[in-house]
Design a binder for this molecule. Sequence first.
Ligand SMILES: Nc1ncnc2c1ncn2[C@@H]1O[C@H](COP(=O)(O)OP(=O)(O)OP(=O)(O)O)[C@@H](O)[C@H]1O
Length: 386
Amino acid sequence: MRMRGWRLAPEPTLPATGSRENMKAGEDARGARGEGPRKLGLCVLCGLPAAGKSTFARALSHQLRLERGWAAGVVAYDDVMPDAFLEKAGARPLPSQWKLLRQELLKYLEYFLLAVINGCQMATPPSRTEAMWEDFITCLKEQDLISSAAPEAQSCYLLTKTALFRPLFLILDDNFYYQSMRYEVYQLARKYSLGFCQLFLDCSLETCLQRNGQRPRPLPAETIHLMGRKIEEPNPEKNAWEHNSLTIQSPACASEPSPELTDLLLTALENPVKYVEDNVEQKETDRTICSTNILHQADQALRRIVSQAMKEAKGMVNQEGFSEEVTFKQRHKERASRADTWKIIPGSGHIKCRSPEVSCLACCRTEKRPLSRRKVRNSGEVRDQV
Ligand SMILES: Nc1ncnc2c1ncn2[C@@H]1O[C@H](COP(=O)(O)OP(=O)(O)OP(=O)(O)O)[C@@H](O)[C@H]1O
């Protein structure tokens, strides 16, 4: 793997051809030619490291091309994210940096999608992380989706026939372990009315650890354990936008697509996510109604008071030196360790405190109920009444 310098670029702006009006014009032109709207879909792969996502994505893309005659492309985040992030364990990026990079990659994807939708060349974003953009271009070229334009138009790329004239599925290969990460992709699908679906590769932690151990460059086992605790599987019952999701048992994933998988992909292509126009006028009217409604104003004022009261209650707790999260046990232990200040009176249900600073005597309960909780609950009652 190469080592290169990288920097986070400011968010790339979309080309003028990227406006929704132009996109609509492109669709209308195709409609007029009797071709109908292009069928485009985004498929998010998620799962633990070493669950087999990349292996699965490659196989699926190959099968879609061969058996369905679709255009398919895999965007493997590991291949496109700047190497420096992935190579140096000591230089691990902050989560916020990861987030920015992920969003930047989605912008690149948007450039490609716009070119496909409009049937035009793909432009280069004016601001970009050079290494990442290069890898993105390589990734598309290797899958025969774009080619370089003439040397005099170096900042443009031509779409290949495959990308232009067939239903196209892009498979995004990353862990996507938080649903918020996947939601960013869904928003992109919604913005351009694309098909959207999710595949969760379900693989036991033990199998992932074992497969990871056999890789030439294994990840630290703790990373997999941590992700195993954090991962949020697609939950179509809770999130309507996740309804096009399928769980695939990893050991079986190398074989040909199951009827369920084919069905999922077809459903996504045939039922693109609906674009919802922001009704600015309606929003403005609603805002005016709210700002002149006395009940709404009173509600807002009360909410502010309650929020302030809760903050103050929290502050009181903190002044005592106990954070909200500190459990009763921890506090008990802490007090016991400061025996010069805190005296335990066995059986009394209390800890006696003699503070040298204020030379006073105070008592704290030793029952399993943190003082902070009680205080907060009291404030909560106020809120419930509101
Ligand atoms: N179905 C399978 N059965 C057995 N081994 C598999 C299977 N799928 C993948 N593997 C092996 O497991 C290892 C990890 O696979 P792969 O790189 O596809 O996982 P991944 O989920 O993409 O990992 P990462 O998230 O870390 O990129 C590879 O060595 C691969 O050969």
